[in-house]
Ligand binder design. Structure first.
Ligand SMILES: [Zn+2]
Length: 325
């Protein structure tokens, strides 16, 4: 379904009106490495090791995580021992307890962000995209806490199989990590890379993100699970995913920097950025949802604010009225 919109239309708040169910795919993209994708909804990566299974990004609720577990059970009966969280966003994290894993791992900075803004983010994300939080009453109270954190990199050994977790720099958030499975040459990118889906940049570091993508590209992945969109199979498709994300980020940030430097208000900047980006990117999933948040953060960073302001349900809705009301 495609809805023609301009910056001056009044669309429903974020993705609150998106109620259409997506089709799930579960594809083996390397030996024993699987991509759980859902037409632009958040993805999950799965690695089957010698004795146990690692899951990368948990889904939004235990009920949603169960749909991942159901797919895993079609290919292996090994226990799920590790859940890795690419970053702190609720839609990636709050389903984690469903897997019953003995280890739950994220970066030190991602944990700091859960401490600092996890509760606000949970309320904010459920309000923005209620469909992704099916079974929200199955979320355990008190957020999801990692058992292990790390600062730069760590290796998890599933028997003889290595899964290397790496912090490659700031981007989608300050604390993003990627996973690299050397024996399959496959990477899991979290929300650092999207494919046919709009990168969410409400907590982003626009200046740093392209360098982080360069380091990710240097891995030379034969296949990649992006944060949203189809699995990237083959070096050409991986490069397309990385370059498309990079082009979106630079087109957006350049438009916002220019507008801010010319003295335009946030609302005027949003309208200019929307007009500049819509022809190339308007067909990407959640474009209209993300753009007001993205421009708000880009406008702050262009003004010198390094630490992204915390989104609350209240701030979300006020921003929406200011930019889209
Ligand atoms: Zn995210």
């Amino acid at each position: 379904m495609s809805i023609e919109t301009t910056a001056t239309d009044k669309p429903a708040f974020a993705s609150s009106a998106d109620l259409g169910e997506k089709t799930i795919s579960f594809d083996e993209i390397g030996t024993g490495v699987y991509a759980y994708t859902a037409e632009g909804d958040p993805n999950t990566g799965v690695v089957v090791g010698d004795d146990s299974v690692l899951v990368f990004d948990a889904q939004a609720t235990p009920a949603m995580a169960q749909t991942v577990i159901d797919r895993v059970r079609k290919v292996t009966d090994k226990p799920i021992s590790h859940v890795v969280l690419s970053h702190y966003h609720a839609v990636r994290v709050l389903g984690a307890p469903a897997y019953g894993a003995r280890e739950m791992i994220c970066s030190d900075l991602a944990r700091e962000m859960i401490v600092e803004r996890g509760e606000q983010d949970k309320a904010s994300e459920i309000g923005r995209f209620p469909r992704l939080f099916r079974g929200a009453d199955s979320i355990r109270p008190g957020l999801t806490w990692p058992t292990t954190t790390f600062s730069d990199s760590m290796s998890i050994w599933l028997g003889k199989r290595e899964v290397r977790l790496m912090k490659l720099g700031r981007g989608h958030t300050a604390g993003d990590i990627v996973a690299w499975i050397p024996d399959a040459q496959v990477s899991f990118a979290g929300d650092l890379v999207e494919y046919g889906a709009t990168p969410y940049c409400g907590d982003a570091h626009f200046t740093d993100w392209p360098g982080t993508l360069d380091r990710l590209a240097a891995l030379g992945s034969a296949a990649m699970v992006p944060g949203r969109g189809a699995a990237l199979t083959g070096a050409t498709m991986v490069a397309d995913g990385i370059m498309g994300t990079r082009a979106f980020l630079s087109d957006l940030y350049e438009a916002v920097k220019r507008s801010r430097a010319a003295g335009h208000s946030l609302r005027e900047t949003f309208e200019r950025a929307h007009a500049a980006l819509k022809p190339a990117y308007g067909g990407w999933v959640i474009f209209e949802h993300c753009l007001p948040f993205n421009v708000s953060r880009a406008y702050d960073e262009a003004g010198g604010l390094d630490h992204p302001r915390i989104w609350t349900d209240e701030r979300d809705r006020q921003m929406w009225v200011d930019l889209r009301g």
